[in-house]
Design a protein around this ligand. Sequence first.
Ligand code: IPM
Ligand code: MN
Length: 352
Amino acid sequence: MSDSIKIAVIGGDGTGPEVTAEACKVLEAVAPLEGISYERVDFDYGGDRYLATGEVITEQQIDELRQFDAIYLGAIGHPDVTPGILEKGLLLAIRFQLDQYINLRPIKLYPGVDTPLKDKGPEDISFEVVRENTEDLYCGAGGFLRKNTPQEVATQEMIATRFGVDRCLRYAFELCRRRKDKMQLTLVHKTNVLTYAHDLWERVFYEVAEEYPGITADYAHVDATCMWMVKNPEWFDVIVTTNMFGDIITDLGAMIQGGMGIAAGGNINPEGTSMFEPIGGSAPKYTDQNVINPIAAIASCQMMLAQLGEAQAADAVERAIIEVVSKKMKSMDAGRMGYGTSEVGDLVAGAV
Ligand code: IPM
Ligand code: MN
């Protein structure tokens, strides 16, 4: 028996709590089979709490989350809260304060799942995006000058540090080595225009690459990457990129792997507490209708198990997901799955 794992669960907004319930259902099914004991503590951070109390989350409360082995998050985003308050105040605050410097997003098309890409199948769409998660345009550096005048100036700065770039690149090289797939790491950037921040990325990339002679160090501009993700997704193995570009290309990635309903992600601090969440948002219009797809949430739970060192449990969850998406579900889209949200959770839990 492993020691008891402590998991903080934040259901969040909109459909977040519904999909979280299904992810927890699957966790509860797989844990005893793999001899995992865990404690789950629920937190009510999110839009409703903010509207009721005026408080998003405090530094102390984030420090409390640091005591957990992992955090599971459903979704953030509330129609009655000004955009930015919860995103910056909760999601980005946790990512930054817990130094979750990697955002890992696998783009994997499972058999039987529809992709909008003509003539592409599971053998073509199978790569991972390593998105830097603590720097770049997300730092919040910038400001206004002469605000609300015709001469207004607004700046938003892109920040890259050698330390931040180096640790992200090393994580990506190590992941590429572990995958043992095409042994190719593609740096995605825009070195032809962003000649300072991206120049630093490029220099550190080829420096670190020397330590990984078995891995091909590949490069693609971000705009061309969007083209190739559609035209030749089979070219990719592991992509490493900045926070902003990673945000954008992983929405495209989610679409080619079958949609937001199946796209999972993890905010990883390899030396600390990581947080797992579906890539998609809170989908307010589908709230409490039992129509949202919980697979992305369940797959995020699978990533959490893998990060916690429970590889067998993670594999069991992945096999169960494949079984259900390939043989049972009609579609990955909300309302078209052929089942309700909780039934899909039951099916996966039953298949583990
Ligand atoms: C994501 C989201 C967030 C991001 C938003 C909600 C702040 O789009 O996780 O991809 O930009 O990182
Ligand atoms: Mn995004």
